[in-house]
Design a protein around this ligand. Structure first.
Ligand SMILES: [Zn+2]
Length: 275
């Protein structure tokens, strides 16, 4: 599932490739991917120009010029297997195509999704901002400080690993980067959030930012499905230290990496480094 670094990579690609582009025509091939009425979605997008491309949590947020009032934001959530691909006019279109955005210059933005847990929608600025305000802090923003993390964890008895993955606290950190950050910070994933020591909050804050930034630098983690906007895999999978390494020796101490299940998701950790 794409997490913050993967969505950020796609956003940066899209900015480079299609910022300022005019959308001529939109075709919805899989209506269940659209929140709201698919015909209205097609109609509202036709003739608009993409003037801003950003990210909030795991959402791609595009601001549109010449859009109907109350529908000047396009929000794309990739779900489990969604991809956003920018293709020249003469390229063969991939399978599992969900939405086709034909650009005035002949290129296409394609939304492809094998499992169709993704979602696209048009919304207004005020409506989007209201929803955005219910989401947690952006971990790469100035608002995310060691003190903020420590303060936020005080209220919760939940174990720190599922706590980190809850988008109401900190956004964009999913299963892979939660395991990786806890390993780097040497924090046991089963420890209750509110029992985190101050020094552990400082270490975890640093580890979250470092691992997300490194993953962005390597253009994300491809385990199976994730691709950037050009259809290429991310390079961070080879840099994972603990995720998906059950039974293998810890790279720090040689102890066998363990896998446990928390909240229905696998957690990987070193029982020696993360006491
Ligand atoms: Zn270890």
């Amino acid at each position: 599932m794409p997490e913050l670094p993967e969505v950020e990579t796609i956003v940066r690609d899209l900015r480079r490739l299609v910022l300022g582009a005019r959308i001529e025509h939109v075709t919805v091939l899989r209506p269940d991917l659209i929140r709201g009425d698919p015909a209205e979605f097609e109609q509202a997008l036709g003739g608009t120009r993409i003037v801003e491309i950003g990210r909030r949590a795991k959402n791609i947020v595009c601001a549109l010029e010449d859009a109907p009032p109350g529908a000047n934001r396009l929000i794309i959530n990739l779900g489990m297997t969604g991809r956003v691909l920018v293709q020249p006019a003469d390229r063969h279109e991939p399978q599992y195509l969900g939405v086709r955005f034909l650009l005035a210059d002949g290129r296409r933005i394609l939304y492809q999704d094998v499992r169709r847990f993704g979602c696209l929608e048009m919304t207004g600025t005020a409506e989007w901002e209201a929803r955005s305000s219910t989401l947690g802090v952006e971990p790469l923003s100035d608002a995310f400080t060691p003190e903020a993390l420590h303060r936020l964890t005080r209220a919760s008895r939940v174990a720190i690993k599922p706590w980190l993955m809850d988008q109401r606290h900190v956004v964009g950190v999913g299963n892979i980067y939660a395991s990786e950050a806890l390993f780097r910070a040497r924090v046991n994933p089963r420890k209750a959030a509110r029992r985190l020591l101050r020094r552990e909050s400082v270490a975890l804050h640093d580890a979250i930012r470092t691992v997300l930034q490194e993953a962005i630098d390597f253009r994300g983690t491809t385990l199976l499905d994730y691709r950037d906007a050009s259809g290429e895999s991310g390079g961070f999978a080879l840099r994972l230290r603990v995720y998906d390494r059950e039974g293998q020796p810890c790279i720090n101490c040689g102890t066998t990496i363990r896998r446990i299940v928390q909240g229905g998701r696998s957690t990987f950790f070193c029982p020696t480094c993360q006491r």
